[in-house]
Design a protein around this ligand. Structure first.
Ligand code: SF4
Length: 471
């Protein structure tokens, strides 16, 4: 095991969230999340579970957990981590499923998800980081905020009359029959960290042995939103917070419980399609996509607001209309803050194994960060279409065929810069010989409905289509 002052081998060597922060996390100085991450990482290593661990990340200050642990990871929508973890656990019975959630995520938005996962006794360990506040969004009142504690949404302090009592989640979970281990620990002092290590190790052992549900509430300091320095924040947990939320093990059924095995069968997609009456009828197929390979992978990327998600959606819907299998996977939220939103689309004549596009056959980059980020991933033989209205520098290391399409300019001429994505659609459709112009026009007419919008978008479409002939 890594010594207490050494980086755990369960962490990535470098954290790739930001090029300027490859050695540090995004947590504020003095925050308890870092200590908790370190304890989990050390115990995964000690128990040899790193390669079995599958993290389910929340929305909140723990959102970037996948940048730190060198294990499998999934991000859940706000409050849904315990529900997503249920699916992860059931589909991977030999894995160790770890749901990592904060106050707002687990005790407010996702309370029902969390309680029902606990009540079913799912094989998962849930870390509930309780710092009495919505941390990431700036310190709003949470269900765990103390009576009289001020927050940005309770500037004169929480009152029972207005906000009810602080929720004691660990005690609530311990009241359920199914959980195997329920405890509350702290990461604010060496003594509490030592106890936390013991409890977390036990919780992970329970997961290793498939003995059911573990809930570990972690009292964690948030110096930033509490407006205290780190020392004061750590002391405040012992002096005040732990009076409302006492430390302890509230339930431990480890010795009484047997391993919980649940049925997990691999299901063929074709069997589901058959059940749903969705079997492909080859005789009526009029697919116009001429693809030599099994599947074509598209990546549409740009700033939020440039229509890259809807461009991906249009490509997916059109392909679907032509009897192709499709997936559409948007990426936004925290990623958007870095300047790039994108959607991944896979189009295939056969069942698609994964919606993830790592090496796109076709990249559309509507802004420069997108071209720099995804351009080098397009292999030789692939196609890179970039918006030359907004991008004046092209990376030197591109392997695919590069097309400079003045999408914003052409869209503006058609009536609105917002139709740049439709210019691109026309361009790709012709360049890749995917759809007929008449089909595209019918699709836009159906999609936009209002005559003025239809007219503008069809103009934009034709502009992209015409340029594709000569570029
Ligand atoms: S806002 Fe609070 S909980 Fe979030 S990273 Fe900063 S100190 Fe930690």
């Amino acid at each position: 095991m890594a010594k207490v002052y050494e980086k755990s081998p369960a962490f990535f060597d470098t954290f790739e969230r930001k090029p300027s922060m490859q050695k540090t996390t995004h947590y504020c100085p003095g925050c308890g999340h870092g200590t908790l991450n370190k304890i989990i990482a050390d115990q995964l290593t000690e128990l040899g579970l790193q390669d079995k661990a599958i993290f389910v990340g929340p929305v909140g200050c723990g959102v970037f957990i996948y940048y730190y642990f060198e294990s499998a990871a999934v991000s859940a929508a706000h409050g849904r981590a315990s529900a997503v973890a249920t699916g992860v656990s059931r589909a991977n019975p030999d894995g160790v499923t770890i749901s990592y959630q904060g106050d707002g995520d687990l005790a407010a938005i996702g309370t029902s998800n969390a309680i029902h996962a606990a009540n079913r006794g799912e094989n998962m360990i849930v870390f509930f980081v309780n710092n009495n506040t919505y941390g990431m969004t700036g310190g709003q009142l949470a269900p765990t905020t103390l009576i009289d504690q001020t927050s940005t949404t309770s500037p004169t302090g929480r009152t029972v009359k207005n906000d009810g009592y602080p929720l004691r989640m660990a005690e609530m979970m311990a009241g359920l029959e199914a959980p195997t281990l329920v405890a509350r620990v702290g990461v604010n002092s060496p003594r509490n960290v030592r106890q936390a290590i013991k409890v977390i190790k036990k919780g992970l052992e329970i997961q290793r042995d498939k003995k059911g549900y573990v809930f570990i509430e972690v009292l964690s300091q948030c110096p930033t939103n509490w407006k205290k320095d780190t020392k004061e924040a750590c002391e405040w947990i012992d002096d005040v917070v732990s009076k409302q939320y006492p430390f302890g093990v509230f339930k431990d059924m480890t010795d009484e419980r047997d391993a919980v095995e649940r049925r997990c069968e691999r299901v063929e997609f074709s069997a589901i399609a058959k059940q749903l009456g969705l079997e492909a009828d080859d005789s009526s197929s009029d697919a116009q996509i001429d693809m030599d390979k099994d599947a074509t992978q598209f990546k549409f990327a740009g700033f939020g607001g440039q229509g890259v998600l809807s461009l991906g959606m249009m490509m997916a819907q059109l392909s679907m209309q032509h009897n192709m299998e499709v997936t559409w996977l948007p990426s936004y939220g925290p990623e958007m803050r870095g300047g790039v939103a994108n959607s991944s689309v896979v189009v295939s004549k056969n069942t698609i194994g994964s919606p993830v596009v790592e090496l796109p056959d076709v990249l559309v980059a509507l802004n420069r960060p997108s071209l720099e980020k995804f351009g080098p991933l397009v292999p030789e033989g692939g196609m890179i279409i970039y918006n030359s209205s907004l991008i004046d520098q092209v990376p030197a290391d591109l392997k695919g065929s590069v097309f400079a399409l003045p999408a914003t300019e052409l869209a503006t001429e058609a009536g609105t810069a917002k139709a740049a994505n439709v210019v691109v659609l026309g361009f790709i459709a012709r360049k890749a010989a995917m759809f007929k112009l008449a089909d595209l026009e019918a699709f836009l007419t159906e999609t936009f409905k209002k005559p003025a919008l239809v007219e503008t978008n069809i103009k934009a479409l034709r502009a992209g289509w015409e340029v594709a002939e000569n570029l």
